[in-house]
Write a protein that binds this ligand. Structure first.
Ligand code: PLP
Ligand code: SF4
Length: 350
C-alpha cells in the first residue's frame, strides 16, 4: 500500500462501506467525460460519514449526477475572480487585502466548491517565478495589509514548501496579516502536526481559517488538531457554507457554532451558496437562510454567531445579507447596495 492509499479511500473501499445511489454511480461514470470536479476523499473524513444516502457528510464528499446540470445563471467562475487578477494566482478585489491561490490541490474536493474552475486542476504548488511576481506586486502596493493564502488547500504542501512561501511573504512585507485558509482541520486533521503548528506560529500575525460545515465533523481527532493550533496561540476562524440537507436547520447550525466556540474557533462567516456550475442541489433558498439566521440571532451571542454573507454574483464582492435591501423580482431576488448597484440572485427552491 503506498502513501497515497493510506490517506485517501479508493472507489473500491467506498463501495464496501456504502451502497452507492444511482445519482452517485452516475456521477462516477460521467466525471471524466463531463470534466466534473474530481472525487477525492480522505480516509479520515470517510470514517465520519454515515451509511444513509442523505447523510450530511456524505453529501459533501460523494459526487452526484446533479453536478452535471448547469443552470443559466451559474458559472464556472461565479465571483469573476479572473477579472480581479493582476498577476497569476493573485486576486485583488478589496483595496487592502489580497488572496493568493497557492495550489489547486485539496485533500478532499468538496462537492459545493465554488472555485471549481481552479481546484482539482493540474497546476500544483505555486512556482518561484509566480511568487516573485506577487512579491513585486505587494511591494508596489504598500496599502495591502492582509493576505489570504488559499487555493485549493495550502496545507496539501509539505512543511518545507509552506515555510518557504511564508518566509518569502514575510521578507517582502513583515507586518502583513496572513490568513491561511485550509480545510485540513476538518478533512485531514493528522496534517496539523505539532511541527506544523509551530511553523505557523513562527509567522504571526497569522490566523487560520477553516471550514467546518456540520457538528459531526468535530470528531476527537479534529478537536485534537484544533488544540495543537490553539496551544501555539494561533487564532482560529471558521467559514461555514450553508448547504441544503447538510446544515440548513437551526439545531445543526446552533450545535456547530457552539461547538466551534467551545474549541476556541470563532464562527466568522456563514456563506450563502455561490452560483457555481452544478451546485444548485446544495444551495439553500436565500429567504430561508435569512429566517434561519434571524432565529439564531435571537438566541445566540455574537461571539458564537457568524456573519451571514453572500458573494454577490457577477463580481459584486462580499455583502452581509440584509433583508431590507432585497426585493423579489420574478424568479430573482434583486439586491440593491448603498451605492445603487443592483445584483440578482435566483429564487431557487422556494
Ligand atoms: C473573501 C475574500 C477576501 C476576504 O474578505 P473578508 O470579508 O475580509 O473575509 C479577500 N479577497 C477576496 C478575493 C475574497 O474573495
Ligand atoms: S477545500 Fe476549498 S478549494 Fe478545496 S474543494 Fe473544498 S471548498 Fe474547494
Amino acid at each position: 500500500m503506498n502513501h497515497q492509499n493510506k490517506k485517501f479511500v479508493s472507489l473500491q473501499e467506498i463501495k464496501t462501506k456504502v451502497k452507492l445511489t444511482s445519482e452517485e454511480e452516475e456521477f462516477i461514470s460521467r466525471q471524466n467525460h463531463d470534466k466534473l470536479l474530481q472525487q477525492k476523499i480522505t480516509r479520515h473524513y470517510f470514517s465520519l460519514i454515515g451509511h444513509q444516502a442523505d447523510d450530511p457528510l456524505r453529501r459533501q464528499c460523494l459526487g452526484r449526477a446533479e453536478e452535471a446540470l448547469e443552470k443559466s445563471y451559474e458559472s464556472r467562475d461565479p465571483l469573476c475572480e479572473a477579472d480581479y487578477s493582476p498577476c497569476a494566482r493573485l486576486i485583488h478585489r478589496y483595496p487592502e487585502r489580497v488572496l493568493l491561490l497557492s495550489t489547486d490541490d485539496c485533500f478532499l474536493y468538496c462537492r459545493h466548491c465554488f472555485r471549481r474552475c481552479f481546484s482539482g486542476g493540474r497546476r500544483g504548488w505555486i512556482q518561484d517565478s509566480e511568487l516573485q511576481e506577487i512579491c513585486v506586486y505587494l511591494e508596489e502596493h504598500q496599502n495591502v495589509r492582509e493576505i489570504l493564502i488559499s487555493g485549493g488547500d495550502p496545507l496539501t504542501a509539505g512543511d518545507k514548501e509552506l515555510s518557504q512561501l511564508l518566509e518569502k511573504i514575510r521578507a517582502c512585507c513583515d507586518s502583513l496579516i496572513i490568513r491561511l485558509c485550509s480545510r485540513a482541520p476538518v478533512v485531514m486533521p493528522s496534517r496539523i502536526t505539532e511541527e506544523l503548528a509551530e511553523l505557523l506560529a513562527n509567522h504571526k500575525p497569522l490566523w487560520l481559517v477553516t471550514q467546518f460545515n456540520h457538528p459531526r465533523e468535530l470528531a476527537a481527532e479534529n478537536i485534537q488538531a484544533l488544540e495543537r493550533l490553539a496551544k501555539q496561540g494561533i487564532s482560529l476562524l471558521n467559514q461555514t457554507v450553508l448547504l441544503k440537507a447538510v446544515n440548513d436547520n437551526i439545531s445543526v447550525l446552533k450545535e456547530l457554532f457552539y461547538r466551534l466556540a467551545e474549541n476556541q474557533v470563532k464562527p466568522y462567516y456563514l456563506f450563502q451558496g455561490d452560483l457555481a456550475s452544478g451546485t444548485s442541489h446544495l444551495r439553500v433558498n436565500l429567504e430561508r437562510g435569512i429566517r434561519l439566521m434571524e432565529e439564531l440571532r435571537r438566541e445566540m451571542s455574537p461571539l458564537c454567531l457568524p456573519l451571514y454573507a453572500i458573494d454577490l454574483p457577477g463580481g459584486g464582492g462580499k455583502w452581509i445579507i440584509d433583508k431590507r435591501n432585497i426585493r423579489v423580482e420574478g424568479d430573482y431576488y434583486a439586491i440593491t447596495l448603498e451605492n445603487g448597484q443592483r445584483y440578482f440572485y435566483p429564487r431557487e427552491d422556494f
